[in-house]
Design a protein around this ligand. Sequence first.
Ligand code: R5P
Length: 295
Amino acid sequence: MADLDQIREAKQYHADVPVQTRPFFLKGANALDWGMQNRFSRIFDPTTGRTVMLAIDHGYFMGPTTGLERIDLNIVPLLPYCDALMLTRGVLRSTIPSTFGRGVVLRASGGPSILKELSNEQIAVDIEDAIRLNVAALAVQIFIGGEYETQSVHNMTRLVDLGNRYGIPIFAVTAVGKQMTRDAQYFRLACRICAELGAQFIKTYYVADGFDTVAASCPVPLVMAGGKKLPELDALTMAYNAVDQGAAGVDMGRNIFQADAPAAMLQAVRAVVHQKMPPKQALELYETLKREQGR
Ligand code: R5P
């Protein structure tokens, strides 16, 4: 009964101070449940509202691609510099230390390898396993205009239903088929379809002409995809332009882990995304860190 003995009479209700309702910092995310917002806060930095995701999920259809031959040696040292990590459950369980405290974005679709029709994916993770792994989001590939377009959209909508049930955001990854034109008109179409059908955030490619219209017409956050390896200045410029034109960050793989100095490149990309550092200055930062880390 100690509690009853200790009751204080002079309670402070601050009745004159209105309770503040703070809007959530991400576009389109105000109506999401607390758990989903909390998971988003493990992916996006609440102070800048942006993210630098490191994508290392390529092995799920490409095998051990260049730079990902030894994830324990090549990727684990990079973990302190990313806001979130996009990968498969196999690599997560086998290789990533469970002390990793930022967002895990788990690859949830798969099936065909590079030897087959890539759009023929199915859901490849049980929602219970995603919960067991304490993931911050699930990623699913969408092939608008691809051979298995409808199947890929249905993979996404089924995951959206499961994610809504358990508070896990779904990350729709707009894949570009071999026949597709990579222009703003296509990405406006693909991103809008993903958002309309419930994806809470979307990964899409940068286009030099009209990326701002892709971002503006999408009611949820867009994260820029990296794509094939570019010279460092070009990759930093692309990241800068995407963020400047409305992206809420980047999800880059090969442009990080195939760089001469991956840790330096990831830190330079961070400076671009979170501080809006101009690309040439970010390249200087990259060169400096590369020299220092090479010692
Ligand atoms: C692609 O379709 C996957 O999402 C990737 O495996 C990966 O995320 C691509 O990253 P990047 O193009 O930056 O190497």
